[in-house]
Design a protein around this ligand. Structure first.
Ligand code: ZN
Length: 167
């Protein structure tokens, strides 16, 4: 599973982008969806696209990281994609890791790891989903990854607890 990144700690700018991702996750939950949110930041530091989970309508592929990959493929050149960073409240699932790699996006910074989310769900007795819980590094080993960000762990845990009716 994913190991905590031993590299430099996240900068205040990176933490601010993750803060926005967590706010989008909360917005998703408040709208009856699953609490995940993500941003695409270009090489100049500008936020170019953001989204949150939209699976409540019945399409379980409507993850924000997948929407980012599709938006980037349509709107950014290959060089712009490679120089972009995707920030996300929860580590990419295998589908989104693959989409991210296939469209040639750059670095990923996540707040909570897939391993953390998996441990929370196991603790609450929530059955595993239909897709293997592979880390980004396992699915897309060429992508530079940073995370988790411990500052957001308690908040994200509580959002996911609310989703699953755990109080
Ligand atoms: Zn996903």
């Amino acid at each position: 599973m994913t190991q905590p990144n031993a590299a430099a700690p996240l900068t205040s700018i990176e933490l601010a982008h993750l803060r926005r991702c967590v706010d989008l996750a909360r917005e998703a939950l408040d709208a009856g969806d699953e609490p995940f949110g993500s941003l695409l930041v270009d090489a100049t530091g500008a936020v170019r696209f953001e989204d949150r989970n939209r699976v409540a309508g019945g399409d379980q592929t409507r993850h924000p990281e997948f929407e980012i990959a599709r938006w980037a493929a349509t709107n950014l050149s290959p060089d712009e994609r490679a120089a972009s960073t995707v920030y996300t409240s929860g580590e990419h699932c295998p589908m989104c890791s693959a989409a991210h790699a296939w469209v040639g996006l750059g670095r990923i910074v996540y707040a909570a790891s897939g391993a953390q989310l998996g441990a929370w769900l196991a603790e609450w007795g929530i059955p595993a989903g239909p897709v293997a819980a592979l880390s980004i590094r396992e699915v897309a080993p060429g992508i530079e990854v940073a995370g988790p960000a411990p500052d957001f762990a308690d908040e994200l845990r509580s959002l996911h607890a609310r989703l699953h009716g755990v109080v």
